[in-house]
Design a protein around this ligand. Structure first.
Ligand code: SF4
Length: 336
């Protein structure tokens, strides 16, 4: 998230950290027409019997109109739970696919069909089938950040919140392939001590968080607690040094109960909006100003509005794929 659009501030123009440890003040500058758009979205939501679900990495203006903000797991659960007829899913495509598979009776919309995921694109179904051919007794665990066609080839799905719990349920003698995120996989392997083959995928936004920058920021802000997402490229080096290794939702919960006043946050910078909105009295420093997901940023408030006006873009998953892809998701939801 750039600092020029105002969303990297704490929502009221308060201080904003940089990776070199300096602090500047950036005023909030939301486009003037956003107030009107927000009103129109509220009306349309009623008319369409829609709910807006927003991922923690969405721009602040979208988070502000959402009925629920959360991580992949929280959003999947909310999609299952809602009575709304329409889900406007402000996140990336695989998340909307997950909602569509869990709620086939609902209409799932995404503001921009091109909001994909670079990490999800790093594995295709044929590659999993090739691994299975060599490891016929192996178990394939996929991060939720995968396409439905990939999930259809997997045994279990996990999010960064529940990976340890799910892997601990798999019989100890099984070899496991974890796809596609190498860093989350490394973290799970270290924590569970299981025989896990790691796929070498990565998220470019999290890989932009570099250990040396984090080190400098931690030196400059010794009072700040360091919160690290396990997808970060710096995980292997920083994991032991982090005060907490957490999913985005885990970070929100942790900040709610921590007495600390300052935090260094190592994940996509969209999360800072939620943290700063909920805790204007605390200060949050992004671990890198470059930790921005360009896919997430494709969704804008204008596009969210147009989604409700035109009921676009409907996300569906072909029935034969959905039938298989929903199984690893349901296994995960049954465990956690
Ligand atoms: Fe995918 Fe990374 Fe963007 Fe998340 S932040 S949607 S993992 S590219």
């Amino acid at each position: 998230m750039s600092e020029t659009n105002g969303h990297a501030t704490n929502g009221n123009g308060h201080s904003n950290g940089h990776s070199n440890g300096s602090v500047t003040t950036t005023p909030t500058r939301e486009p003037a027409h956003y107030a009107l758009l927000k009103e129109k979205i509220a009306v349309l939501k009623q008319e369409r019997q829609a709910i807006i679900l927003a991922h923690n990495y969405q721009e602040g203006a979208i988070q502000d109109v959402a009925d629920f903000c959360g991580d992949s797991l929280g959003l999947a659960r909310m999609a299952q739970k809602t009575d709304a007829k329409v889900i406007l899913f402000c996140g990336v495509h695989f998340m909307a696919e997950t909602a569509a598979m869990l709620c086939p009776e609902k209409i799932v919309l995404i503001p921009d069909l091109n909001a994909g995921c670079s990490l999800a694109d790093m594995i295709i179904p044929e590659q999993i089938r090739a691994w299975r051919a060599k490891h016929p007794d192996g178990v394939v665990v996929c991060y939720v950040n995968t396409s439905a066609t990939v999930k259809a080839e997997c045994d279990y799905c996990v999010t960064s919140t529940n990976g340890i719990k799910v892997i601990e349920r798999i019989p100890a003698d099984k070899e496991i392939l974890f796809v596609p995120d190498y860093y989350l996989g490394s973290y799970l392997k270290a924590k569970t001590k299981r025989h896990i083959h790691l796929w070498k995928g990565y998220c470019p936004a999290h890989a932009a968080i570099l250990p040396e920058k984090v080190d400098r920021l931690r030196e400059a802000r010794p009072e700040a607690e360091f919160l690290l997402h396990p997808e970060c490229g710096c995980t292997t080096k920083q994991m032991d040094l982090a005060d907490q290794v957490l999913s985005t939702e885990g970070m929100v919960q942790y900040v709610n109960r921590s007495p600390a006043k300052e935090f260094i946050v190592a994940t996509e910078n969209g999360l800072l909006h939620r943290l700063r909105t909920q805790h204007p009295e605390k200060t949050f420093y992004p671990a890198s100003e470059y930790a921005t997901c360009h896919h997430m940023q494709r969704n804008t408030l204008e596009k969210a509005f147009m989604s409700l006006v035109n009921m676009q873009h409907v996300v569906t998953v072909e029935a034969t794929i959905a039938e298989r892809a929903v199984l690893p998701i349901r296994r995960m939801l049954d465990i956690v």
